[in-house]
Design a protein around this ligand. Structure first.
Ligand SMILES: Nc1ncnc2c1ncn2[C@@H]1O[C@H](COP(=O)(O)OP(=O)(O)O)[C@@H](O)[C@H]1O
Ligand SMILES: [Mg+2]
Length: 221
């Protein structure tokens, strides 16, 4: 059965563009080039949950705990104070660690919001496209079975036409939020687009946004 409850994204102004928020128990891909704000957006989503006293978990495949905490401290967010838990999984641990992490931590601790930042590493780690797709399909299916609302970040290359590296994530995920740099004369603007959101009458526009210290992603010029 499709859940009908909506979960706030934490990005002011975004919820009303997607019928009130993300569907509970859905998995959404946050896709964009480097520096687009994927890490900040996904942490903002966890921050919103933590402020609502929900248990939240940030899974990083790219940085260590201290650099994540240190970086966000500079940005104005104290992840310890906010009670945002962090787990770091390296490429070698990817496959064997997922199952125990999902069942021991997420299920037992009744975690409500999960971020995996990022899932792009999988396509570097696996030798061929078939193994990457199979792995991503299994991981995303396992996340969907749980009582969590999840964001996965995916790094795409500049000028790439796809929404992810391996091309499978956008099919399997319930939604895709695309963060882009749009060239405007000699300047660029940041633009947020909802490329897919199942069972949702979502905005079709490109929404300009900025990144503001202490606030995160701010929609509007
Ligand atoms: N204090 C700040 N003020 C304005 N922009 C910032 C600030 N801190 C970071 N940014 C912007 O955020 C970007 C990094 O965002 P991040 O979420 O890490 O990107 P991604 O995960 O998509 O690579 C930086 O390249 C910069 O443009
Ligand atoms: Mg990032």
């Amino acid at each position: 059965m499709v859940e009908t409850k909506r979960v706030s994204t934490g990005i002011p102004g975004l919820d009303k563009l997607i019928e009130g928020g993300l569907l509970e128990n859905s998995v959404t891909l946050v896709s964009g080039t480097t520096g687009a704000g994927k890490t900040i957006l996904s942490m903002q989503f966890l921050k919103k949950g933590a402020e609502n006293k929900e248990k939240v978990l940030y899974i990083s495949t790219e940085e260590n705990v201290n650099s994540i905490k240190g970086g966000f401290k500079i940005f104005g967010w104290d992840l310890d104070k906010l009670k945002i838990d962090i787990v770091v999984l390296g490429p070698d641990e990817l496959e064997e660690e997922w199952e125990p992490l999902l069942s021991n931590r997420i299920d037992k601790e009744k975690i409500k919001r999960v971020v995996i930042d990022s899932i792009s590493l999988a396509s570097l780690y696996y030798r061929d496209d078939y193994s990457t797709r199979k792995y991503l399909y299994r991981l995303i299916s396992a996340l969907k079975k749980r009582n969590i609302t999840c964001l996965l970040t995916s790094e795409i290359l500049e000028n790439s036409k796809g929404l992810s590296k391996s091309g499978v994530e956008e099919f399997v995920c319930d939604g895709v939020i695309l963060l882009q740099f749009l060239g405007m004369g000699g300047k660029y603007e940041r633009g947020l687009t909802i490329r897919k959101m199942r069972w949702t009458n979502h905005t079709q526009e490109i929404h300009p946004y900025t990144i503001v210290k202490g606030k995160g992603i701010v929609l509007g010029k």
